[in-house]
Design a protein around this ligand. Sequence first.
Ligand SMILES: Cc1cc2nc3c(=O)[nH]c(=O)nc-3n(C[C@H](O)[C@H](O)[C@H](O)COP(=O)(O)O)c2cc1C
Length: 192
Amino acid sequence: MPDPAPAALTFLQTRRSRPAKTLGQPVPDRAALRPLLEVALRCPDHGKLEPWRLIVLDRAALDRLAGLVPECGARLGKAPGDIAKQSAQFSDAGLAVAVISSPVESEKIPAIEQAYSAACVAYGLLTAALAAGWGANWLSGWASHDAAFARDGLGLAAHEAITGFVHIGTETATPPERPRPDIDARTTWMTA
Ligand SMILES: Cc1cc2nc3c(=O)[nH]c(=O)nc-3n(C[C@H](O)[C@H](O)[C@H](O)COP(=O)(O)O)c2cc1C
């Protein structure tokens, strides 16, 4: 017989992100963040390769990242408005955790499966933060896909990539629900 956890199921059926720009203070301190990181790293991981790592970004670190955006944006030919918006993702944030995909050599586990595992880490962290009562939002942004930004801003090695920034803080405004997928349109029940 199944052993249900109805409160957990209800939470998962109703959870939603809170836009990063609506998150305020306080943000979780190290003690509050640790159990959320623990949940995040308790994730599906084929071969137990641990092909990911986390970088916790405090205010000063986020300001440093914001300071790297203008050069990155100019190099990529971004418009001033796009540069300001990307910069504000960091300068307006109180806390973000960068989830880093850090694939390892494996004859058995393809790199794409290792990247999937890193995405599970990000989702786990997002979900844990929401379950703990924080507002949270998984963002990328064009700078996150730039190798020089990742190297200079976060010290990433050439084989690593930013899976996302999970912003965590206090909810200041409840966002309207957004349309959710039509289960029947997205699901095929294959019976033979
Ligand atoms: C890999 C990834 C990157 C994302 N990057 C952004 C982003 O840069 N900006 C943004 O507005 N939403 C971004 N999103 C979308 C939000 O995280 C999220 O899907 C949306 O806020 C609704 O989420 P919810 O289903 O948890 O409510 C991204 C989602 C994923 C999976």
